[in-house]
Design a protein around this ligand. Structure first.
Ligand code: BTN
Length: 266
């Protein structure tokens, strides 16, 4: 096994919990927990993006949260999401031989179906209410990676657009082994980031989003839509050249979804 430098030096595994992100959040007062990974066989109140729930049957998928105290230049949801997404894509490739794509901003797709969701929860510095105890700025990187759910399981759960490593590869996987692999990939990618390799991450992330030069539609957080050719994309945002010849730059935080025009799944 590779030497772990940051993420996964400490592990907490739970048979069942409400949410691994909530368990990781309880550790923020102790900087010694930087890089601690919390995993669970089962979550009773798993959280997804935009206040949604994240449902997963017991024991068949990876449910993981990593607590990080990133330096200021990395403390941006766009960067942390991209680093986690690239680590998951590398895990999928290593485990199944399959390439995945990143659906802006937080999903990993295999064969255009969702195999993984990422939830980044950031916390500012401050004092614990009523105490002198300080809390450093932190981020919790929550990852739900579908490993052994079958196509039938997804259909019964009303999730026809979901997939798993086993569906993609045609065989079951060892969930513990996939968890180890994911922790290793997260650690490698985070180490690169800490060493200043943001441009390298950005390039690998952008190639997996894969929409550059194509007609795309950005759904914005305020409910409006911007359509145009995607002329630039970076962790600092994206630029769409609209039909009227005007270009529009959007910050990552403004964009809720980005997809190919005519393909709401991709
Ligand atoms: C999404 O909506 O796509 C994001 C889903 C994130 C789910 C993971 S499972 C582990 C961690 N704990 C949670 O409560 N949520 C994240």
């Amino acid at each position: 096994m590779a030497r772990i430098r940051h993420i996964g030096r400490r592990r907490i595994h739970l048979a069942a919990t409400d949410s691994t992100n909530s368990r990781a959040a309880e550790l923020v007062r102790d900087p010694a927990h930087a890089g601690t990974v919390v995993t669970a066989n089962h979550q009773l109140q798993g959280r997804g993006q935009y206040g949604r729930t994240w449902e997963s049957p017991p024991g068949v998928n990876v449910l993981l949260s990593a607590l990080l105290f990133p330096p200021e230049e990395l403390r941006r949801p766009a960067v942390l999401t991209a680093f986690a997404a690239v680590a998951v894509a590398e895990t999928i490739l290593h485990a199944t031989g399959r390439q995945s794509s990143i659906k802006w901003p937080n999903d990993l797709l295999i064969d255009r179906a969702k195999a993984c969701g990422i939830l980044i929860e950031c916390g500012a510095s401050g004092n614990r209410p009523g105490t002198e105890e300080t809390i450093a700025p932190h981020a919790i990187v929550g990852i739900g990676l579908n490993v052994n759910q079958s196509a039938g399981d997804f259909a019964r759960a009303g999730l026809p657009d979901a997939t798993s490593l086993s569906v993609a590869a045609g065989r079951l996987h060892d969930v513990k082994g996939i968890t180890e692999l994911l922790i290793e990939k997260l650690d490698v990618e985070y180490d690169r980031l800490l060493n200043g390799n943001l441009a390298d991450l950005e390039a690998r992330w952008a190639s997996r989003v894969g929409l550059l030069g194509r007609p795309a539609s950005a759904e914005l957080m305020d409910g409006t839509e911007v359509r145009g050719h995607l002329t630039a994309m970076s962790l600092g945002g994206l630029t769409l050249m609209r039909e009227d010849g005007k270009s529009r730059h959007l910050q990552p935080e403004e964009v809720r979804h980005l997809h190919l025009i005519g393909d709401r799944r991709g």
